[in-house]
Design a protein around this ligand. Sequence first.
Ligand SMILES: Nc1ncnc2c1ncn2[C@@H]1O[C@H](COP(=O)(O)OP(=O)(O)OP(=O)(O)O)[C@@H](O)[C@H]1O
Ligand SMILES: [Mg+2]
Length: 371
Amino acid sequence: MSTTTSTATPETRKPPTENPVFSVENLWKVFGPKAHTVPADPDLAALDPAGLRERTGCTAAVRDVSFDVRKGEVFVVMGLSGSGKSTLVRCLTRLIEPTAGTIAIDGEDVRAMDKTRLRELRRHRAAMVFQHFGLLPHRTVLDNVAYGLEIQGVGKAERRERAAEVVAKVGLEGMEHRRPGQLSGGQRQRVGLARALAVDPEVLLFDEPFSALDPLIRRDMQEEVVRLHHEEGRTMVFITHDLSEALKLGDRIALMRDGAVVQLGTPEEIVGSPADDYVREFVRDVPREQVLTVRTAMRTASADEAGSGPALAPEATVSEAIEAVARSGAPARVMENGRCLGVVDHERLIGVVAGTERPVAAGTEQAKEVV
Ligand SMILES: Nc1ncnc2c1ncn2[C@@H]1O[C@H](COP(=O)(O)OP(=O)(O)OP(=O)(O)O)[C@@H](O)[C@H]1O
Ligand SMILES: [Mg+2]
């Protein structure tokens, strides 16, 4: 399936996902002269950004990236400015043409799509929400929201009805007849979100949609995304350079550096088990006790411990566990379906927060063997 498997290293191979929405393998986007030669030549492909620029005049904005976006998840792409986030997400619908690699949506090869199919992909299946809203200034809120339906050829009455529903869903009821200039930044972004939702896409792609908003409105919008995700089970790809936003929204996070994905994992995996010094430095100031859960913090329970003590769900945070243990004075049991998976005591919890106790990744041998 892949056209560039020769450049795949074990680290870039991904575990299989059942029916992924997007499946990306060994994707490259190189800007510059003779860009296509870079992924094909192992010597060039191995160069660091400065070396590549010097030898070829090229920039590898996306460098041998592989991942799946699972149905119903919020997949966050995070990284500093210039790390390749926008380029990567634009490649998914070929707003930017990839240089090498494969992209599939629901198993269909995106790189093989003709113009008509591609237009359909962008209009119906993968809707993009941009940072600068991209609203039409002379149209009302309602007509801006209905715009995507209009270009789909949906009739006026139906599109207005559907637009009104979505406008209400994002909390803009009563503002249907205003123009974008009469709205706050947060409200404008809600219009942008409503417009993407109106076409009922299979996946929503967000390119730093909230970075221009002030912190309180930004929080509102983040909660809106969380709510949409929970209530509608929308699949989303969400770009941000903000770590706390990534941790709050992401089911999984791909952390990018210089075009490559340096770690892909749950917020807990990224904070609890950084893949390298770069990631460790990135997450250094994160309050670990609020991200790590007892599922990864627990240790094996003795027979005595398994029978008594306060009970916590595996998803309870370390911070909640510290409170429960302090209140009861005894180790807390991590319970799932009436089974004790393990226990957390004060020393263990403090050790996990301090990083002196290495958390156990969910599903590892130690986590499984505990009864
Ligand atoms: N059209 C282009 N021509 C040449 N280089 C480009 C082009 N577009 C992007 N790049 C380079 O590719 C790299 C990745 O850019 P990209 O816009 O994807 O980064 P980003 O992570 O989205 O950054 P930001 O957080 O600032 O939006 C950067 O080094 C950028 O300069
Ligand atoms: Mg960008």
